[in-house]
Design a protein around this ligand. Structure first.
Ligand code: PLP
Length: 381
């Protein structure tokens, strides 16, 4: 699914030089590389504050702690996402309220959010799934109307732009009150271990978050709030710092692969290619609004699992993201949920399949993958 070896070869001298510098200085935690990466990422995203932390799941949890959400507060998020999003809501004894998604973009459905809002609702967590922003303009409007916080789960969309209807572009993760991201190795900007970060333009919130990531300390050994230990280490920061200048190129490589897939699958009656949002017909060349963390097809006629088996037999990696809706997971099931509220997610879990997507896909590989998929699909069922 991903090829991180070639990407490393391209930046190896830089990484090795910074690793030796860090090993020689023994500044493993909070060294100059961490400060440097933080500043570089703030400049890249056009956001006032980046707060590095240990992983994307922590980033989400720390965001909710920083906003002062309390047990029993309801947090609305998508039923179709990775479990980390709902896990931290539940861990903090907040009440997750899962809602359905859009069948074209896979992202949270603003109408479903509106329906789910009640007197205890305090926050919305849109997930920018597979590399494209959720419909933030609508979500920010809903949040304003109901005085709710917006916490963006940006683990899959770093580098993506969001296009407002008046044409303005703004980076994913910087649109809500706070954004959370992951630098897990296979993410679009990945380090060589675990890493994460929070983004915000709010000075007071940034200050609070910086304390929470460090045991709730604002002055050494004075603990003002309950915090956690969540740090990005210097070695990971050095990797991220070396990769950040290449992020736009990495995303463009992914879009090139997506264009190849779209051209091959676009006209097929049983395959639906991923849709980009308004303002961009097909894949946007100009606005970077989709960074294709995943390239996800919908397979009709109940043939998804058979296609998966065929790919496995042809040595083509694939992923099913995600096979089970969160509201049906044992950990998150709840009597409040009604199946008829999750028609889209239930169907997506039966139909989606993600194909290899990374920066090193070449034409020969893409040709083999697309031919193998089409050979199977064109066979009589
Ligand atoms: C990867 C991911 C996370 C969690 O990130 P980690 O760094 O693995 O903790 C959270 N949300 C989504 C949507 C993700 O894809």
């Amino acid at each position: 699914m991903v090829d991180l070896v070639q990407q490393y070869q391209d930046i190896k001298p830089e990484i090795q030089a910074s690793f030796s510098r860090i090993l020689d200085s023994a500044a493993f935690i909070n060294g100059p590389e961490v400060q440097g990466f933080q500043a570089d990422l703030e400049a890249y995203l056009g956001v006032k504050h980046v707060i590095p932390c240990a992983n994307g799941t922590d980033a989400l949890q720390i965001a909710m702690m920083g906003l002062g959400l309390n047990p029993g507060d309801e947090v609305i998020t998508a039923d179709f996402t990775f479990a980390a999003t709902v896990e931290v809501i539940a861990l903090l004894q907040l009440t997750p309220v899962l809602v359905d998604v859009d069948p074209q973009t896979f992202n949270i459905d603003p109408e479903a959010i509106r329906k789910a809002i009640g007197p205890k609702t305090r926050a919305i967590v849109p997930v920018h799934l597979f590399g494209q922003c959720a419909p933030m303009e609508e979500i920010l409007e809903i949040a304003r109307e109901h005085d709710l916080y917006v916490i963006e789960d940006n683990a899959q969309a770093i580098g993506a732009n969001y296009r407002f209807s008046e044409g303005r572009l703004q980076k994913a993760g910087t649109l809500g009150h706070v954004g959370a991201t992951s630098f897990f190795p296979s993410k679009n900007l990945g380090c060589y271990g675990d890493g994460g970060a929070l983004f915000t333009n709010d000075d007071d919130l940034a200050h609070t978050l910086r304390g929470i990531v460090n045991h709730g300390m604002y002055t050494r050994y004075y603990h003002d709030v309950v915090g956690v230990n969540s740090r990005l280490d210097s070695l990971q920061a050095a990797v991220l710092r070396a990769k950040l200048p290449h992020l736009d190129r990495y995303c463009e490589r992914r879009r090139e692969a997506a264009r190849y897939y779209n051209a091959a699958f676009g006209g097929h009656p049983e395959l639906s290619v991923p849709k980009t949002m308004r303002g961009c017909n097909g894949i946007c060349d100009s606005c970077d609004c989709h960074v294709f963390h995943q390239y996800t097809l919908k397979v009709g006629s109940g043939r998804r699992d058979a296609l998966a088996e065929h790919l496995a037999g042809s040595d083509i990696p694939f992923g099913i993201y995600y096979p089970v809706p969160l509201h049906r997971q044992k950990a998150y099931a709840d009597d409040r949920y009604v199946e008829s509220d999750f028609l889209v997610t239930n169907q997506l879990c039966q139909e989606v399949i993600s194909l290899p997507m990374h920066t090193e896909l070449d034409e020969e590989q893409l040709d083999y993958i697309t031919r193998t998929v089409l050979d199977f699909m064109d066979r009589q069922a």
